[in-house]
Ligand binder design. Structure first.
Ligand SMILES: Nc1ncnc2c1ncn2[C@@H]1O[C@H](COP(=O)(O)OP(=O)(O)OP(=O)(O)O)[C@@H](O)[C@H]1O
Ligand SMILES: [Mg+2]
Length: 208
């Protein structure tokens, strides 16, 4: 089950991971973008991790909305509004839920990813973060149908997301800055798909 404290633990963990991986994320973005993805994400997740100390939140919903707004206003670039929208929408299905189980977290994740799609209009194999999110949602749903608990479903989602991230290697980018490179974007892993997998791996460690 995931309550306010677990969501705060998730964000604290993710901020640590992003700090550790910031140079790697930026290197990935140097190859097919403008070498700022790790810098952008680290700037935002530091602010997000500080929220829990600065303010008492009444609910998971209120907290996750603030996380989303903080990411929109601090990360910038393409990924700030996308991750920001993800968290703003993630909050919706958790309204009135003090302790979310596998079904509620699943509904929240789907709502979050719908937000990413609504904002970024990515399709499968455009070589974006959506290529890590889509297989994650599928794996989460399959695991849930097979009776997995929250941790099991999140672990399945994280593993599928990692495969989706790796499969971006051979894709040609059709969205975002990397699409300017055309064929030359092939042969590089997408930075946003990589930060998405880190987020789901962090969720599997902390949300159950
Ligand atoms: N339309 C989109 N839908 C989904 N994800 C996207 C989209 N456009 C870009 N991305 C993701 O954003 C990542 C790049 O994020 P980053 O923080 O580097 O922003 P940026 O591209 O440098 O932004 P800008 O070009 O506005 O400066 C990509 O690796 C990709 O996963
Ligand atoms: Mg960039």
């Amino acid at each position: 089950m995931a309550d306010l404290q677990s969501f705060q633990g998730w964000m604290a963990d993710y901020a640590e991971v992003v700090k550790e991986q910031a140079d790697y994320l930026t290197d990935l973005d140097r190859a097919i973008g403008d070498a700022d993805h790790g810098i952008n994400m680290a700037r935002g997740t530091v602010k997000v991790a500080a929220l829990a100390e600065a303010e008492d939140f009444a609910s998971s919903e209120a907290y996750l909305k603030k996380v989303g707004m903080t990411l929109v206003s601090t990360v910038g670039g393409a990924s700030g509004p996308l991750y920001g929208t993800f968290f703003l929408r993630l909050a919706g299905p958790l309204a009135g839920v003090a302790d979310a189980g596998v079904e509620e977290v699943g509904a929240a994740l789907r709502a979050g990813v719908d937000g990413i799609l609504a904002r970024g209009k990515a399709e499968l194999e455009d070589k974006t973060m959506y290529d890590a999110w889509a297989p994650a949602l599928d794996a989460y749903a399959t695991a849930t149908a097979d009776g997995a608990d929250l941790r099991g479903a999140l672990e399945a989602a994280a593993a599928a997301s990692a495969r989706g991230r790796d499969d971006t290697l051979d894709l040609v980018a059709r969205k975002g800055r990397a699409s300017y490179l055309g064929e030359r974007s092939r042969g590089h892993i997408d930075p946003g798909a990589t930060s998405t997998t880190l987020l789901l791996e962090s969720a599997a460690r902390t949300l159950a």
